[in-house]
Ligand binder design. Structure first.
Ligand code: AG3
Length: 281
């Protein structure tokens, strides 16, 4: 039977919905329930355990903002680690930076990579090359990001966590212990960024993550952005190691990125946060 709408329910009955034409695919992977819908107005929709991961039309409103502010604040990001991000959108944005020599993506669920490759127009060519091991500047590791970071002896300039929410299976990615291993694996100057949930609906999770990061990083910044498909504004947390000012970005390097949502000339507008949240932070 055809479904006519997909709705993600957030706490207290707040819903984010899309009119859909049909469900194209559905499976239970080793880790989660994965669904792909054809929406009426936003291309295909990827859902994990009932939560919206992206819609094709507007996914850049998330991926640009997760990637470019930290990449442009770092003076010379050469080694980048992406944890999660199995759809490839985050890595696609990372590789737009000519400074990047090698990017590693550690995704726990190969089911997400495979379904994204087959059904989504987010990063098809990139995923194809990654799966074949033919992408010269990036590698895909199917594995647990927590374990990878703990055991790896590589060092990174930028670490990007593109995970599901700080509730449920990804919870460990928001723990002080995880932040410590990330801090350790950053080079002398490094930046860490994570998505941190809906400002209004996951305020407590945002506060918890912020406080835990404050105990680990030299400085921590929060910012928010309206993301298409999520209960916006959406929050992001940035941890700084060493001498980097996250309030400043290299707007010259930004010119080649073809940005649509994130405006580096107005970088300071990212830091908008409702007053009651700022008062709590
Ligand atoms: N990763 C962030 C998903 C968080 C969405 N949360 C929600 N809808 N409740 C998305 C993967 C995109 N690369």
């Amino acid at each position: 039977e055809q479904e006519r709408a997909f709705i993600e329910w957030y706490p207290r009955g707040y819903g984010v919905g899309f009119k859909v034409r049909e469900r194209l695919f559905e499976t239970q992977t080793k880790y989660q329930r994965l669904e792909i819908y054809e929406t009426e107005g936003f291309g295909k929709l990827l859902v994990l355990d009932g939560t919206v991961q992206l819609v094709e039309v507007g996914e850049e409103s998330y991926h640009e903002v997760l990637v470019h502010p930290v990449m442009l604040a770092h003076p010379n990001p050469r080694r980048v680690l992406v944890i999660g991000g199995g759809d490839g959108g985050t890595l696609r944005e990372v590789l737009k930076h000519g400074t990047v020599e090698k990017a590693t993506m550690v995704e726990i669920d190969d089911g997400v990579v495979e379904a994204s490759y087959i059904y989504l127009d987010v990063a098809k060519d990139l995923l194809d090359r990654l799966l074949k091991g033919e992408e010269p500047r990036a590698e895909l590791i199917i594995g647990d990001g927590v374990k990878y970071l703990r055991e790896s002896d590589e060092r990174f300039d930028v670490i990007i966590v593109d995970s599901t929410d700080p509730v449920g299976p990804a919870k460990l990615l928001f723990s002080e212990e995880f932040y410590r291993s990330a801090y350790e694996k950053l080079n002398e100057k490094g930046l860490y960024i994570t998505q941190a949930g809906s400002v209004y609906l996951f305020t407590n999770e945002l506060l918890d993550a912020y406080r835990a990061m404050k105990r680990v990083f030299d400085r921590v910044y929060y910012f928010s952005f309206p993301v298409i498909g999520y209960a916006s504004p959406w929050s992001f947390l940035v941890g700084v190691k060493g001498d980097i000012d996250f309030r400043k970005v290299d707007t010259r390097r930004a010119e080649k990125l073809g940005l649509y949502y994130y405006d580096p000339e107005r970088h300071e507008t990212l830091f908008q946060m409702p007053k009651y949240v700022r008062d709590l932070l």
